[in-house]
Every structure is written in structure tokens, then in C-alpha cells.
Write a protein that binds this ligand. Structure first.
Ligand code: NCD
Length: 317
């Protein structure tokens, strides 16, 4: 379905394409956990280019590709690449795309992943570009909601934290707007609100939006709480970041007092544990409705589905 296409944004995805990836991801599950083995991508090479910190996304792209039988070449950090010698994105992309079959790219500057894809002779997958988008994360989030709640139409979800700079909530909210009767509680400090252009898009698609700075008073209404990290690296000064650090921390007591007993807790991770006040508290670590580690594990089958589809081997499953 995505044969030879780039995967750069969620903006042009259709609901049937999302359903298709969810179904394909389900077929990948026995291969993702090695109950079954496959070599469908035998001989294929992925260049996994991360010009910004990452743990989950980089490793899960690599593991997904490996589980399909392909091999991976990793580059991490701009400082170790020829970009520091003044090489243009165009040249880097031309060269690497002449070596490999597919490329994943993360970059701190919005638009650079697209620029990279324009120059590339092989498909490019966006692994996070600046404050803009993170489409594979949004796909694994949708997959997680589907598995945890059973359906997506009609859900209420609170997105909490840094909605201005957090690219995961940008992509996820756009995907959610393709479904019916979605209610979005956007909980953030005033200075870190969801960008207007995204809100306008969501409203035009019929999403109901409630904005607030207050977490407690809105928790009772939602099926899912999607917490996010304050994006320290995007602030102009450390002082600005310090104003918001640790502002939202959901712990067990709060959950029991305010949430529906069925509410699912999600987070793209990493949780910021430095203040001992992560966005979702450690006292919820063994709680059954904490979906964060099931969510990160879902990144493998979803990314396997995306690779298989782009490289045209999905019929083998
Ligand atoms: C997120 C990211 O990089 O945008 N992490 C991830 O990919 N799971 C979220 C974050 O860094 O806060």
C-alpha cells in the first residue's frame, strides 16, 4: 500500500491506510516476539540516521528491520557526521541513498527530514523532525489505543504537558481527527498550548476541544491520559524551561481520586525522572492501566508493518 513511498507526515494518511497498518502490525506480532522467524528483507539495508537524542525510536526502527531479516547501519549525533564538515543535507542524502534501500531520519530542525527525503533516491521515514511531527510514534499510539480501549471512535483523551513543542501530540491529534466523536482535553501551561494551526485543523474536522491549565478537574472525563515531557531542549533559555518543569505529575493518589477506574495512562517516553516527579509517577509502575511499556513495545510491530509495506513485502504475511 505504501510501496516506495516516503512516510513523513500523518497529514495525508486515510483511515483505511491506518486500519491497514494496524492489521499488518497484528500479523507481525509472532515475528516481533520471535515465535516465528522471517527473512523477507534478507539483503536489505536500513540507514538509521539520528541527529538528535533517541533511545526507543532508533532502537525500535533497527529491531523492527532486523526482525524482518534486514541489516541496519546506524549514525547518531550530528557531531559524528560529515554535516559538521559543512556537507549539505542534499549531498548527504544523495550519497546515503545510493548505499541503502531505505532511510530513517531524526533531526532537531523542522523541515530537514523533508529536505532529506526530497534529495533521496530511496524512501525516507520521519523519525521526528524538530517540533513538527513524529508520524511513526502517532501510528504506534493509535495502535495502542486500539488495543487498550478496543475502538477509537467516541473516545475522550487528555493530552497533558508540553503541547507546543511536543511533536508526538501534534501527529497523534491529527490522526485522531480522522475518527468520529473525538473529544480532546488539551491540558498545558498557557505558554505551551497546542499550536493554533493544528487546533484549527482539528476543529474543522469536528474534534471537540477543551483547553485548560488544570489537570485535576478534567481527569474525570477522559478514557485516556496521554502525558508528555516538557521539551527542555526546545526552550530559548534554561530559566524558561524551569518555569514548567515538573508541573504535571500524575500519581496513584490523584488517579484514584479523580480518574475513571478504566482510564488508560499513556506517554511516548522518556519520562523525566530527574526531579523525582516524572509526568506519570513511579508509584503507578505496577498499575494495570499503565500502558506506557505496552505502548513502547507496540513500536516494533507497527514499524515492521511500515517497513514491510514500503518495501513491498507485505503479501508475505
Ligand atoms: C518523543 C520524541 O522524541 O518526540 N520520544 C519518542 O520518540 N518516543 C518524546 C519526547 O522526547 O519527549
Amino acid at each position: 500500500m505504501f510501496k516506495n513511498k516516503n512516510f513523513l507526515s500523518v497529514k495525508n494518511l486515510h483511515i483505511d491506510e491506518i486500519d491497514y497498518l494496524i492489521n499488518l502490525a497484528n500479523k507481525m506480532l509472532p515475528y516481533a516476539n520471535r515465535q516465528k522467524k522471517t527473512k523477507v528483507l534478507d539483503g536489505a539495508i536500513l540507514a538509521n540516521l539520528f541527529f538528535e537524542p533517541s533511545t526507543r525510536t532508533r532502537i525500535s526502527f533497527a529491531v523492527a528491520f532486523n526482525r524482518l531479516g534486514g541489516v541496519v547501519n546506524d549514525t547518531t549525533g550530528v557531531q559524528f557526521s560529515s554535516l559538521t564538515k559543512g556537507e549539505s543535507i542534499y549531498d548527504t542524502s544523495k550519497v546515503i541513498s545510493s548505499y541503502v534501500d531505505i532511510i530513517t531520519v531524526r533531526h532537531p530542525t523542522t523541515g530537514v527530514v523533508g529536505e532529506f527525503a526530497n534529495a533521496s533516491d530511496v524512501p525516507v521515514i520521519n523519525g521526528g523532525d524538530g517540533v513538527s511531527e513524529h508520524p511513526t510514534q502517532a501510528m504506534l499510539d493509535i495502535y495502542t489505543i486500539h488495543k487498550e480501549v478496543g475502538q477509537i471512535n467516541g473516545i475522550s483523551i487528555a493530552m497533558v504537558g508540553d503541547l507546543k513543542y511536543g511533536r508526538t501530540v501534534h501527529s497523534l491529534s491529527i490522526l485522531l481527527s480522522l475518527y468520529k466523536n473525538i473529544t480532546l482535553y488539551l491540558i498545558s501551561p498557557n505558554a505551551l498550548k497546542m499550536p493554533e494551526y493544528i487546533k484549527e485543523d482539528l476543529l474543522s474536522k469536528g474534534v471537540k476541544i477543551i483547553e485548560s491549565e488544570n489537570l485535576e478537574e478534567n481527569l474525570q472525563y477522559v478514557d485516556i491520559i496521554y502525558s508528555t515531557r516538557i521539551q527542555e531542549e526546545r526552550f530559548a533559555t534554561p530559566e524558561l524551561y524551569e518555569r514548567y518543569r515538573g508541573k504535571y505529575n500524575i500519581n496513584k493518589k490523584m488517579y484514584q481520586k479523580y480518574c475513571k477506574p478504566t482510564s488508560i495512562l499513556m506517554h511516548p517516553l522518556p519520562r523525566d525522572s530527574r526531579l523525582n516527579k516524572p509526568e506519570i509517577d513511579n508509584d503507578l509502575n505496577d498499575f494495570k492501566n499503565l500502558a506506557i511499556f505496552r505502548q513502547s513495545a507496540n513500536g516494533i510491530p507497527i514499524r515492521m508493518a511500515i517497513f514491510a509495506s514500503i518495501l513491498g513485502v507485505e503479501d508475505k504475511f
